[in-house]
Design a protein around this ligand. Structure first.
Ligand SMILES: [Zn+2]
Length: 134
């Protein structure tokens, strides 16, 4: 009996620091997100990689080239900056689907998405050349 009481006490005592730790992690994540966006803006030449429109840091959105909905990651090699309309147009499409429908976006993507994974760029190049040939 006293043993169980002790265990409950130590659990209760641990609860508050855990919540604090989580709050700190969220703050770190948020500032990390801002750092990611600043880095992505720099790597993409401060433009939307799809329509090549110049972007201000306040209006830029982060796009996951390989969508999160399809198992894409938050890593910098999968992140580009895009304007709101292009980001909504792309939505959850895989890059090759999006570039097959909008070859103009693929052409800009190859030019401006400099820090993106090589494989994603290769896929974009293929999709654009196929769309141009069709
Ligand atoms: Zn755009």
């Amino acid at each position: 009996m006293p043993r169980r009481g002790l265990a409950r006490d130590s659990l209760a005592r641990r609860a508050r620091p855990a919540r604090l730790v989580r709050a700190c992690q969220q703050v770190a994540l948020r500032s990390g997100k801002r750092a990611l966006r600043v880095a992505a803006l720099r790597d993409c030449g401060r433009r939307c990689v799809y329509c090549a429109k110049p972007l201000a840091p306040e209006t830029a959105t982060l796009d996951h080239v390989h969508p999160l909905a399809h198992g894409g990651s938050h890593l910098p090699g999968n992140l580009v900056t895009a304007c709101g309309p292009c980001n909504r147009l792309k939505g959850n499409l895989m890059p090759y689907e999006f570039f097959a429908r909008n070859p103009w976006a693929g052409a800009n993507f190859m030019r401006y998405a400099r820090a993106v994974h090589r494989g994603l760029k290769r896929g974009a190049r293929r999709a654009v050349s196929l769309a141009m040939a069709a």
